[in-house]
Design a protein around this ligand. Structure first.
Ligand code: SF4
Length: 330
């Protein structure tokens, strides 16, 4: 006989916690109390949740659990950035990266262990797919970053001010876990991050783009990387299913899109592949009419990578064309 797994309170949004407490015959406000203890105060010992009555704590301690993934590797850079590798329940390892900048700190987190897609410039794609991360494994990355960086000491001065879902995996292939995790990040009883400071990056799963806007309200980023379908089919094979025209139509209709809430288009600079002046001009033409930012990313090669990074002069020339058209391109 296998015992049913205990519900993991770290893997529930406010609505899911309310349902859970309702099922126990408890008042809904218990949900907000537990969410605050875990995600605002960093407390995962149920017995330390002192505004919850002792009998209820005892019941929760025996019937539920709070389980987060483990950090198994820890790298710190002199510039204040960190990379952590976490191990998830499937035994796979995924990474998250923290980048401090003036006035903000950005955490880049993963949504899947490995990836089913096979973008030609991406090392994750080469390792294949292992598992979808659970809600607790996604939100747990933020929990650990706050724990390691002192983020539970003061709600006002959190080191992680921005979250980008741009690490391993395609988040729109794991919406059942990614969307509740995004809700915990944005919820006032959870991490209280502004939705304008949370970005989901997709390689272009067109049917789920409207849902992302409607159900989460977070900012959108698109891994574009090419301006012609023949090339994008090679670089981002999902393009064969959802070509550029369809993708950009979905972007134009993204709920909440405005000049204050622009879509970020990511464009990795690959030497001799997608970095010509004509590519830059076509990029500007394609994006006209979409409130957009363009993020030019120098390619970071790995052993055996089929591409190399564009020369710096080429990146600057490309960037000048994009800037002259009125797009910021950091
Ligand atoms: Fe890599 Fe993202 Fe493409 Fe997956 S979707 S292969 S993680 S770039």
């Amino acid at each position: 006989m296998t015992l049913a797994a205990k519900p993991n309170l770290a893997g529930m949004s406010l609505a899911q916690l309310r349902d859970y407490f309702h099922s126990l015959g408890e008042k809904p406000f218990r949900a907000a109390q537990v969410l605050k203890w875990i995600h605002q105060r960093g407390v995962i010992d149920i017995q330390a949740m002192t505004d919850i009555s002792k009998p209820l704590r005892d019941r929760l301690a025996s019937e539920a659990e709070i389980v987060l993934p483990k950090i198994v590797e820890d790298y710190a850079s002199e510039d204040g950035s960190y990379k952590w590798i976490i191990e998830v329940a499937s035994g796979s390892r995924v990474e998250m990266v923290y980048i401090p900048e003036s006035g903000r700190g950005t955490l880049c987190i993963s949504s899947q262990a490995g990836c089913t897609l096979d973008c030609s410039f991406c090392a994750t794609g080469k390792q294949g797919f292992n598992s979808n991360l659970t809600v607790a494994e996604i939100i747990g990355q933020l929990w650990w970053a706050n724990k390691r960086l002192g983020g539970f000491d003061s709600l006002q001065e959190r080191p992680v001010s921005n979250v980008v879902m741009m690490g391993m995996g395609e988040p729109l292939y794991n919406t059942q876990n990614v969307f509740p995790a995004l809700r915990v990040m944005a919820d006032g009883e959870g991490l209280s991050l502004s939705k304008r400071r949370i970005t989901l990056s997709t390689s272009g799963v067109v049917p789920d783009i409207p849902r992302c806007g409607e159900e989460t309200g977070v900012m959108l980023a698109i891994s574009l990387h090419a301006v012609r379908d023949d090339l994008r089919n090679e670089l981002v094979p999902l393009n064969k299913k959802y070509p550029i025209k369809e993708l950009l139509e979905a972007c134009k209709a993204y709920p909440g899109l405005s000049n204050a809430r622009r879509i970020t288009f990511e464009y990795v600079m690959l030497k001799g592949v997608n970095d010509s002046d004509a590519d830059a001009r076509e990029l500007v033409r394609l994006l006209s009419g979409i409130p957009a930012k363009i993020n030019l990313i120098p390619f970071n090669p790995w052993p055996g990578a089929p591409h190399s990074c564009s020369d710096w002069d080429r990146i600057e020339t490309f960037s000048d064309i994009v800037n002259r058209a009125g797009y910021a391109s950091p």
